[in-house]
Structures are given as C-alpha cells and as structure tokens.
Ligand binder design. Structure first.
Ligand code: GLU
Length: 488
C-alpha cells in the first residue's frame, strides 16, 4: 500500500447523481492505480435533508458500479477501517468537531454569532441595494462575553463563525487547474457550527480530511469556492492540507450544466434503463479525462492502468446521451451469450417474458439480436413474441404483406411443408422456403416476408429461419394457420 488516501464523501440527500458518480469513480481509479486506499465517508450533517434511504441508495449504486471501498460503513452493518466512524453525524455526536471549534474560539479565529435569519436577510437586501456582494457584515465579530450573555438571555442561540483574514490571498496549486487564487477580503465569515451544534460541511470536511489522513481531495469544481475557506481552516489549526484537484463541470449537449432538464441524471435511472455498470464507468471516466491517444473503450483493469490525473482537463466535459447509448450497445455486443442472459434476466423477469422457458432456449433467443440491442431494457419487448401463444400483428405489416394476392397460399403451403420437414433447423427451413419459391415461380421475398409477419407479427426482427427454428414446429404451424386465415 502507498500512502495515497482519497475519499468519496457524498451527502445522503437523494440518489447518486451522475456527477457524484464521476467524482467517486475518479477517486476510486486514482486509489486503485496508485495502490492507495479509497474511503467512503457519509456527510450527513444536513439534518433536514439527509436520509437513511439515500445512504442505502448510495451504497447500492456504488456497489452496482463496482466501486468498492476499503474504509467506510459496511451496508450490512459495522465499518471497515481504523479512522471511523465514517458518518459525520456520529462523529458530531462524539464531539469530534467540538474540540476544534473550541480551539479556534480560544485562538480568536472563530466567534459566536447571534444574528437571526431575519437580520441576515436584511443584510443581504442591503447589500443588493448597494450593489455589494451579499456577504455577512461581521456584526457579531467583536461581541464581549457580557454581550453574548445578554443575547442568550433574549433566547437567541448562537452559531459559530470562522473569522476570515481581512487581507491577503489564499492560493493553491490545483492538480488540474494549476494555480487558483482568492482574495481573502472577498471571503465571508462562514458558519462552522450551526445553532443545533452540528458542524457545517466546510468545517466538518476539513476536520475529517485531516483526521482521516487524506493525501488528495478530488472533487467537482462546484466546490472551488469552498476550497479557500477550507484552506484557511487548515492554516488556523496549523495543519498541512492535502493535494487538491477539481474536476471539470459536466455540461449537457446544449452547453448548460447537466441537470434534470437533460433527462435522467441519477445512476439508478440508468441502471433501470439497462446500462451496464462497466459502460457507466467507461463513459464517466471520459468526462473530464482522456488518454493521450483518446482511447474510447476500456475494459476494467485497462481503465485503472491508464488513469492519470495529468490527463484530466479543466474545461467542461459534455455528457452526450447518444454516445453513452452507443457505448452501451458496443459493450452488449461483446458479451458472451451467458453474460448477456444473466444481465437481461432481471429485465425479462420484470416484464414476465420467457419465465417458463429453459435457460438454453432463452439464451439462444436473447442472443439472436445481440447486435442490435443498445439497452438491456429493450430486450423483453424484442423477444416477447417467442413466448406468446399467438403473434400480435402489427396492422401496417398486415396491410403491406398479407394483402398480397399470393400470401394466403404461400402460408398454407409452407405450413404443409414445414409440418413434414425432417430437420426443423434454420438451414433446412431456409432451403425448404427457397425450393418452394422456385417451384411456385415466386421471388424469395414473396415467401420470406409473409412467413416473417406470420410468425412474429412484424416486418423486422431476428434472422428469419433461426427465429422459426427456435419457435419450434408446433408454434410455427399454429401461427401460419392463423395468419393464412387473416390473408385476404
Ligand atoms: N458532501 C460534499 C458533497 O457531496 C462533499 C464535497 C467534497 O468532496 O469535499 O458535495
């Protein structure tokens, strides 16, 4: 093991967003590549929005994506690693953060603030009118102990704010963006501890990243403006901060920040549509990172071997749903028939398709159109006609094919021939159809088209004679009979 320690630190306030999944992936890839440790920390300090349900959804999405963590909560109970607990809520309960807020207060780097939400609102409005950035005005910066007691006697509960330096610059050398600088006078005295006694993200994050000995912080660039605040807390506590890397923004195809307007944005929704976890890993890896030769498709170990922070770019990455789907099709094409069936199984089950078929038959049928699938979720509706008692006829197909003058006789004759055919396999089925066409002076298509519609109900689908073989003699005979009756 190297001394590389990185973390994914989600706030459990919903499903795993595609942007958060990318952050988790980049940390995981970096940890695996560097033989370091990948840590999961649950940042549940937002008492109103954090839920156990979201925590469970995050666990299961990470597991499904194959992003295993070396330290952190174990969904079945307990925790892995020696730096726990890995839930910030539990840590708060143990007084982990309190110790450091007391220390900063004692150093004069933090202070109690009694401003009410209404007063803060006033401040914001004033700033707006005067065209100043809406920044806390520092009303409580210089309260004496006696003033604090008076305010508390009025029933006010304090928050604790960090005292920002009035001048100077806070800068860091971002591993992706190079030097980033903020003027301290533009930063605000942020709240470290809420009135409830719970720490805020910016404070708890620093304490935990330090105590958990993180070597690198890799996170989305929506956190860039938090970084100077956090660096100043490190400084006030006399700690050395980890290396920092901010990943590029993710945009939708229209160039605006990826959001629900662009369609599904959480991993669970893509799982439900039938994306493969390996595809999500592959596709997300390319959002803000590339190899020098712009490789597009990666297998698991390949991705780990090639991943390098130096290949990350700062410009926004574009989430392209068309490319994502294309990639899923590419991966589906490469599955063995057994893998394909295993992956399709939950979708078939949910749709109630092929549940009475034996595995071998189901496997052959599902693999028939493997080339064509882009999503696992499409499979049930493409194969369901195999398992129904009768084909469901597409009215356009009926109009186009069954209304042909020769159709009725073709179907009746082919039924007779197929009932007598010795080997009911695709090769002899095709030969029989071609022989019949020749003997009846018809073009092959005049026989093939009605056959296809008769057995499947559609004008498009898998290879015709394989399809007939897998349907089996009985089903085919019944379907040809019924179809012949429909021809007029
Ligand atoms: N809880 C924060 C979030 O979900 C973590 C940010 C960070 O990685 O520091 O955005």
């Amino acid at each position: 093991m190297s001394n590389i320690r990185v973390r994914f630190a989600p706030s459990p306030t919903g499903n795993l967003h595609i942007g958060s999944a990318r952050t988790a992936l980049f940390n995981w890839l970096f940890a695996r590549r560097m033989k370091g440790v990948f840590i999961l920390r649950i940042e549940d300090t937002d008492e109103l929005r954090s839920t156990d349900e979201s925590t469970r959804a995050i666990f299961s999405a990470l597991r499904w994506l194959g992003l295993d963590w070396d330290e952190g909560p174990v969904p079945e109970g307990g925790e892995l690693g020696a730096y726990g607990p890995y839930f910030q809520g539990k840590r708060a309960g143990m007084g982990v953060y309190r110790k450091y807020s007391d220390q900063l207060m004692a150093q004069g780097m933090a202070y109690r603030c009694y401003c009410t939400p209404a007063e803060l609102d006033e401040q914001r409005k004033r700033a707006q009118l005067e065209k100043r950035p809406p920044k806390y005005e520092g009303t409580c910066r210089h309260l004496t102990e006696a003033q604090c007691r008076d305010l508390e006697a009025q029933g006010r509960k304090p928050v604790i704010r960090f005292r920002m330096p009035d001048e100077g610059v806070t800068a860091w050398n971002d591993l992706i963006r190079g030097e980033v600088k903020f003027e301290n006078k533009l930063l605000y005295d942020f709240i470290m501890v809420k009135a409830s006694g719970y720490p805020t993200y910016n404070f708890a994050c620093v304490i935990d990243d330090h105590l958990m000995e993180m070597s690198h912080i890799i996170r989305g660039d929506d956190h860039i403006s938090n970084t100077p605040l956090q660096l100043l807390v490190y400084k006030a506590l006399g700690w050395t901060p980890p290396e920092i890397a901010h990943l590029s923004m993710i945009h939708g195809p229209d160039g605006t920040k990826l959001s629900k307007r662009h369609g599904a944005t959480d991993v669970q929704a893509y799982e439900a549509e039938g994306y493969l976890p390996a595809v999500i890993r592959n596709y997300l890896a390319l959002l803000g990172w590339s190899t020098p030769d712009s490789q597009q498709l990666f297998t698991g170990p390949d991705l780990i071997e090639k991943f390098d922070i130096a290949g990350c770019q700062k410009n926004p990455a574009m989430f392209d749903p068309v490319k994502f789907k294309w990639m899923n099709g590419e991966y589906i094409r490469k599955l063995t028939p057994d893998e394909l069936l295993d992956m399709a199984a939950p979708f078939l089950k949910k749709a109630g398709v092929g549940q009475n078929a034996d595995r071998e038959t189901l496997k052959k049928i599902v693999a028939l159109e493997q080339e064509k699938y882009k999503l696992l979720g499409e499979i049930p509706s493409l194969v369901d006609f195999f398992f129904k008692d009768e084909a469901e006829f597409d009215p356009r197909a009926v109009e186009k094919v069954f209304k042909k003058p020769e159709a009725k006789k073709v179907l009746a004759d082919m039924r007779e021939r197929y009932l007598k055919l010795a080997d009911f396999n695709d090769v002899s089925l095709e030969k029989e159809a071609r022989d019949y066409a020749a003997s009846a002076s018809l073009k092959a298509g005049q026989v093939f088209h009605p056959l296809r519609v008769a057995v499947s109900g559609r004008t498009e689908g898998p290879t015709l004679f394989k399809m007939i073989e897998y349907l089996g003699r009985d089903a085919v005979s019944k379907r040809l009979e019924r179809a012949a009756a429909l021809c007029g």
